[in-house]
Design a protein around this ligand. Structure first.
Ligand code: MG
Length: 308
């Protein structure tokens, strides 16, 4: 391969300028590279698990799958940026500013049937329960960056000002099936009312929630989070993707293949270490959800090449 500097970085060498951004367009070549790399310096990858993952990816790719560059999703928005906070409006605008595929949020239905954006059921340091309190009580809470907890409506208004970043909307698991259903219906209605059906994707741990959104919005991207169902079974329910933890999906290259064979996408969370990000790339994940979207974006500008 031309233009490779002799900097001896080991069996995976990161290079930024000589070659165009990494894109696995030739799976057989990649598989060969990985095999050769392992033979040349088998101990240079410090983590045995990573080594196994990349080897598994090589075999997967050698089998004919083509992995494109994964897309970046900011987990709870880009909250690790300065002056940001998890699930704040700023975390969306900062994710939008760095240019990610999507910015993820967590949505609850309040006691008075409003939708608010927050991760935990009980806000830390308070006794305010997202499902039992009113929207007025919840939105009075001030986030670490000085914003108040936003409503979904606030978030959709902000998203409408951008034309690119998707809102990855997690509908939280509520305390009853009835509340899950009401939350799903309310989210769908809010997104439709905002005219943003093409800008919102949906994730949920609750299978019934995923099915309900898929039925209401057959063209929408709905991904299941709970990590316990094979992709093909989900596809039969109209669910178009899996969004499983890195520890779950990184040891199941067969599920990655099964998802792709069924026209589904594979998302994974929450991938924060560069070594794990590299494993996701090698495994052919379609989306990587991370607290460090800028780090992942920079990693994706680099190129995996074989050493001399
Ligand atoms: Mg979430």
């Amino acid at each position: 391969m031309p233009g490779i500097p002799e900097n001896g970085c080991g069996d995976i060498l990161m290079q930024t300028k000589v070659l165009p951004p990494f894109r696995l367009v030739n799976p057989e070549m990649f598989a060969t590279f990985v095999m050769v790399s392992f033979q040349k310096s088998p101990t240079n990858i410090s983590n045995d698990m990573t080594k196994n993952l990349i080897l598994a990816a090589a075999m997967l790719l050698a089998g004919g799958a083509v992995a494109a560059q994964p897309k970046v999703i900011a987990h709870r928005g880009y909250w690790t940026a300065p002056e940001s906070a998890q699930n704040s409006i700023a975390s969306f605008t900062k994710a939008d500013a760095v240019g990610v595929f999507g910015s993820e949020i967590d949505v609850w239905l309040t006691a008075d049937d409003k939708l608010i954006v927050n991760h935990d059921r009980i806000y830390k340091g308070t006794d305010v329960n997202m499902e039992k309190a009113t929207a007025k009580e919840i939105t009075a809470i001030v986030l670490p960056n000085g914003e108040n907890i936003p409503t979904l409506e606030d978030y959709l208004t902000q998203a409408a000002k951008s034309d690119k970043t998707k809102l990855i909307c997690e509908i939280k698991r509520h305390s009853s099936a009835a509340n899950n259903q009401r939350a799903a219906d309310a989210v769908v209605a809010a997104v439709k009312a905002a005219g943003l059906t093409d800008r919102v994707e949906y994730i949920a741990f609750d299978l019934a929630t995923c099915k309900r959104i898929a039925a209401a919005l057959p063209d929408a991207m709905v991904q299941y989070l709970n990590g316990d169902i094979a992709p093909a079974a989900l596809r039969a329910d109209g669910i178009r993707g899996i969004d499983y933890t890195f520890s779950t999906i990184s040891v199941r290259p067969d599920w990655i293949r099964e998802a792709h064979d069924n026209g589904m996408v594979v998302n994974t969370w929450t991938v924060n270490a560069e070594q794990d990000m590299m494993s996701c790339i090698a495994l052919g994940m379609d989306f990587i959800t991370t607290n460090y979207p800028q780090t992942l974006k920079e990693l994706l500008t680099k190129t995996f090449v074989a050493p001399n």
